[in-house]
Design a binder for this molecule. Sequence first.
Ligand code: GLU
Length: 323
Amino acid sequence: MSAIQIKGRYAPSPTGPLHLGNLRTALLAWLQTRLAGGHFILRIEDLDLPRSRPEYIDEIIRDLRWLGLDWDEGPDAGGPNGPYLQSQRGELYENAFERLRAQGRLFPCYCSRKDIAHAASAPHGPAHSGIYPGTCRHFDGSGDTPKNRHAAWRYRTHANAIELRDEISAPLIQVMDTDVGDFVVRRADGIFAYQLAVAVDDALMGITDVLRGADLLDSTPRQLDLLQSLGLPLPRYWHVPLLHDAQGRRLAKRDGASGLAPLRARKITPQAVVGQLAASIGLLARAEPLSTTELLHSLDSAALRARLIAAATSPDSRHATLA
Ligand code: GLU
């Protein structure tokens, strides 16, 4: 019997140090993959070069290793599916872009460049607000358009409904033209948008299971639509609850949510952090220090999934007390 090799990934953006919420998601992605006997990939999402910093890449790698995670492929480990930095994968995105363009799925858009650049770079942009009004839809993308080097490129959505049957979160259906609208796949400054890059990368890297924060649930139908148009395989998705602070706000790098540095300064051990993170999402009854390997051996795939489903419907999974 030949089983498909499970492949998971963690794909941080190096726009700041990882906070505890990021680390919890990384830990869960690693557990899901390792419990399935799979292959784990670290991919650095530094497409938005102006916001990314090389020093954060080193810090992210150091912090993940400190916590006790390992990966089979990544920027520091190499592997057959590289490069593992999105900033070095432009040719692959270009290729997918040209294929979509040849299908007539893309059109250049000359509307409010500032807003477009902002929306395209944000992985967490909501699909339901600010639906593109279709102003530039009449361009067919074949070159008969106004000469303007600053056009963004949008994906022409159709009236198809895309259903996401998530492994953890409730099912989601989006009708692409009315719920999402034509979305940017390449910004006016030439940078490929997150939606295109992530879809292409997950497919080309052979990712079977995408475990990530529930803030990205909403953008998944866009990725599925692109994958279908490109004839690429669709992964399974596991959207897991985000960690919130004591005030109930979700941790965010831009709000200065603290990473591991202050904990390390206080000589808190990786085992203590792993125990707290695992308990915060119901993988342990009580927070007790343990290594990632010990946590891995205390679970199996079915238990992990059942506990994550339970956590997704419980507000308690939002808090970790690591003060
Ligand atoms: N790079 C994205 C982030 O750091 C995550 C993308 C993903 O997991 O699909 O928020």
